[in-house]
Write a protein that binds this ligand. Sequence first.
Ligand SMILES: Cc1cc2nc3c(=O)[nH]c(=O)nc-3n(C[C@H](O)[C@H](O)[C@H](O)COP(=O)(O)OP(=O)(O)OC[C@H]3O[C@@H](n4cnc5c(N)ncnc54)[C@H](O)[C@@H]3O)c2cc1C
Length: 537
Amino acid sequence: MSDYATHEVLNQPGDLVDFNVFETDAALRAAVSTFGADWAMARLGEAGARVGSAHLQLLARAANRNVPELRTHDRFGNRIDEVEFHPAWHELMGLLRADEVHALGWTAQRPGAHVARAGLSYLWAQGEAGVGCPAVMTFASLAALKHAPPLLEKFRDKILSPGYDPASVPPAAKKSLGVAMAMTEKQGGSDLRQTQTVAVPAAGGRHHLTGHKWFFSVPSSDLFLTLARTEAGISCFLAQGWRDDGSRNFLLLQRLKEKCGNRSNAASEVEFRGLEAEMVGEDGRGIATILEMAHLTRIECALGSAALMRQALVQALHHAGHRSAFQRRLIEQPMMRNVLTDLALESEGAMWLAMRAAAALDASLRDETERVLNRVLAPIAKYWVCKRAPIVAAEAMECHGGNGYIEDHVMARLYRDAPLNGLWEGSGNVICLDVLRALSREPEALKCLNAEIALARGMNADLDDWCAVPPALAEGNARRLTAYFALALSASLLLRFAPKPVAEAFCASRLRGDYGAAFGTLPQGVDQEAVLARSFA
Ligand SMILES: Cc1cc2nc3c(=O)[nH]c(=O)nc-3n(C[C@H](O)[C@H](O)[C@H](O)COP(=O)(O)OP(=O)(O)OC[C@H]3O[C@@H](n4cnc5c(N)ncnc54)[C@H](O)[C@@H]3O)c2cc1C
């Protein structure tokens, strides 16, 4: 005690730092192995150590407290439209790109590549979630750019480069590039058919775009995909932030959004004033083209929200394991134990569902069933996992008592970040409509989904009962239907690949009518010891 202290600081758990986020996650390791990415274990372990380091946590905190600022002009009055970030953001971006979170799915070129990348993304989202946005848009851009082979050829290597170059110069002068996407306009983000931005043909096969975008994340990106209206309909375009002659392309950043969470990252409002851009894909088929990119970012939303739940759970376990009240560690108090076990089940179920979606993406080119599942699993996982994240964050915050609500603690950041994945890349209702669309357009989708769930038939009576009465396929019922599939799929995955106590507890709670609306209502008979022992080892 120092001379000035009035008291000894007791019973405070301290920060959870310098631990390996991968090695302490038995469930993630099992999923990576089950879905064919054993070969990536070593690099995931390295990333896990990096993400859990005290240094990375300090960077994350600094990047979120020192938010990006828009510089519209330089000191001489020239328009520059640049975003200034804290150095911590750039260091995080450099580390993330070196780990190939933005690229491994394409660069590894072997089965399991997308699973390994999903694992990296899941780890990194537990370090700093803001950098995940530029990483996934860069990764997903290839799904749209494949419709413009010359552009893909021109930019592919730099997009996938493990380097990070924040310089604000033309793409030709850089060794590595980041990609963004700007679709949402003021009058509508879900209904992109309302797009007002207009594209007119210009010299050299290019177009000039005039209009605006109401949300445009990572406007400092080198390239971005966007939508504009031609005579044929709404079309997809690729634009460079800087033109090859070294001048800024014709886009004006109006302001940065002051966001509830995701504060390290920049989202802007922008106007295009004759923006030079090149068409990607078929004229008039732009929404379909850009939605191929959005398909990948939707899987990422599920991974990101599953990761947020995992991070919240681990923080709660750490706190409850080191703090005592009423003569016992919190984790030993029966009701807290029930809450933590319940959170652990939620977290593991979400992780398996999100990773299964990544596995379907991985196998979609090799296997017809996986191709069909890839289409429908992404919206199912996106809807359900993102929907669960905010309540998990709130409950995990409460496990910390007052400490969890204070900005010194990471929980406050997680709580603010938690709703975001649910509302961008298609908000809940829109995603459930997409599940219905997938089921109606892919005649095999329902069969493949049911067959996947049925792989666990006979293993658990709750799951068998659950599947006996599926909800109707109707628009007004789409949330119920999507939740039904999400829970059945999670249960089936857990029964097949997780330890029995975890799977049985999940089914006994989530698939029975008497499950409480709040966490901590697991029925008697759940093997809490086994679930908690697995949850953070
Ligand atoms: C931080 C942040 C960053 C973003 N970055 C980007 C970006 O980089 N690029 C980009 O293009 N966009 C971006 N967005 C925008 C985001 O994708 C949209 O906000 C989102 O798609 C919803 O569109 P909207 O805001 O226009 O809401 P609306 O389309 O008006 O939807 C409002 C609500 O109505 C519901 N709804 C819509 N249609 C139906 C229906 N038929 N039936 C039932 N319910 C319906 C929706 O689910 C939603 O809950 C960002 C948003 C945020 C918050």
